[in-house]
Design a protein around this ligand. Structure first.
Ligand code: DLL
Length: 434
């Protein structure tokens, strides 16, 4: 029997056991932060709190939130929770504006992070008999290093490809018989498209599973990737501030991602009021890291909008599941007063047979918002018959109107016109000066 990295004593523990771990670890973590992170201690003092006020997870809501603004204020060392001599690594966000987030790790922090990634690979069916091609970026971005570490733990033969050089990616997949592919979903779609163009059928592609995350992707995009590559495509979620990929991952049920609750406590809040919402309600995801030492964030607001579910999962895991993020509270576009998530637009396009290559351009002309959706045609759709194109555009305008309640301008563009991303795709260009 191939070695596996399933940890049933943790991943299928009873809810009482999980709560007991969380209670104990939270109390310890709050004391650790109080003693080692003056920035957060001051925030607690401002709320009149001391560690004695936090006795269990029931008291979690009393703690102040941390946000990206705090991370910027405290940049670079202000939220470090361990002495420099105990820290062995930093990773950093891919953000293009302002200061980047710098997260610190002790050796133990890296070990726990890699455990989480190993659980994700195992849940996708990975064992030490697999060849795992890690095509997330390596370096400051957490995708490559995180899944690389997880893949080692599972015992897979690991190909540390990093992103880019599509030809070489495909060559290694084929020559080394890679069975698991880890990259962003948009890059997976692009690799699939390139292999199809080379005349490869799914049966000729050795891959059997993909672990795709770092950006939002719809259920329709999953179906598309699964079909082109002949694999099962699993979602994985995480953020640099909390270690990186592996905060949550999908199992064989493919109906949401189990949060590693022995390391992270999840809450859903109303993004406007900060009030904690019950399971099943949509809101902003907030995490408290209860085992990390070097960058121990408490009640960190992710801005990701999703829903938590504690319904029994057929895979046997008991850890709470988060839905695919439905967007970010800061990605949500408000166009002519209507809330629009890019994922809704993606759903319409894929449902109507278009590829997930699109760009959303928002502008303001004469005080009115405009929504322009540029959509790439597949080579089969491509034609110079203007009547056909006009009809296709009308179909899309109608589809978008019924999903969003808004009229968009749709431009169909030739195949391969929209720039492909090897990492996270840039879907939205907001030109409004507001
Ligand atoms: O994207 C970590 C990661 C790497 C996750 C590889 C999964 C795979 P950051 O660059 O700090 O970290 O970006 C974090 O990306 O708050 C979400 O908005 C978004 N995100 C991450 N995973 C998903 C996902 C990495 N599966 C931000 N679905 C998060 C939707 C995701 N959005």
């Amino acid at each position: 029997m191939a070695e596996r990295y399933f940890q049933p004593e943790i991943e299928t523990a009873s809810r009482e056991q999980i709560k007991a771990w969380q209670d104990e670890r939270l109390v310890k973590q709050v004391r650790h932060v109080w003693e080692n992170v003056p920035y957060y201690r001051k925030k607690m003092e401002e709320k009149g709190l001391s560690p004695a006020d936090i006795k269990s997870t029931e008291d979690l809501h009393k703690l102040p939130f941390l946000s990206k603004a705090d991370l910027r204020d405290a940049y670079p060392y202000g939220l470090m929770g361990a002495p420099l001599k105990d820290c062995v690594r930093i990773q950093s966000t891919s953000g293009t504006t302002g200061k980047r987030v710098v997260a610190f790790y002790t050796k133990e922090d890296i070990d726990l992070w890699e455990d989480c990634c190993a659980r994700a690979i195992t849940a996708a069916g990975g064992t030490n008999e697999d060849v795992c091609q890690v095509s997330y970026g390596y370096g400051l971005f957490t995708g490559g290093p995180g899944l690389n570490g997880g893949s080692h733990k599972v015992g897979c033969l690991t190909i540390p490809m990093s992103s880019g050089n599509t030809e070489r990616q495909i060559m290694f997949i084929r020559d080394l018989n890679a069975t698991i592919l880890c990259c962003t979903p948009s890059y997976a779609a692009y690799l699939g498209e390139s292999m199809k163009e080379m005349g490869l059928t799914p049966a000729q592609i050795p891959l059997k599973a993909g672990i795709f995350g770092a950006e939002a992707w719809s259920e329709e995009m999953r179906q598309d990737i699964q079909k082109t590559l002949g694999i099962r495509a699993f979602d994985i979620y995480g953020l640099t501030e909390l270690s990186g990929p592996g905060v949550a991952f999908e199992c064989s049920a493919q109906t949401g991602m189990h949060i590693n609750e022995d390391h992270f406590i999840a809450e859903i809040i109303d993004p406007k009021t900060g009030e904690v919402l019950p399971d099943g309600e949509q809101g902003e995801l907030v995490f408290t890291a209860i085992t990390k030492r070097a960058f121990p964030l408490l009640r960190y607001r992710t801005k990701d909008i999703c829903v938590l579910s504690r319904e029994k999962c057929p895979c046997g895991r008991t850890h709470v599941k988060m839905s695919k993020p439905r967007g970010r509270s800061d990605d949500m576009l408000i166009i002519r007063g209507v809330n629009v998530f890019p994922s809704q637009i993606e759903t319409v396009l894929l449902n109507m047979g278009y590829p997930a290559n699109y760009q959303i351009i928002v502008d303001r002309v004469n005080h009115t918002d405009t929504l322009d959706v540029q959509v790439e045609m597949t080579p089969e759709m491509f034609t110079d018959n203007m009547g056909d194109i006009a009809q296709r555009q009308k179909g899309l305008v109608d589809g978008l109107r019924s999903m969003l309640g808004l009229t968009a301008k749709v431009s169909l563009v030739a195949p391969k016109t929209i720039v492909r991303s090897e990492g996270k795709a840039v879907r939205v260009i907001d030109k409004r000066k507001i």
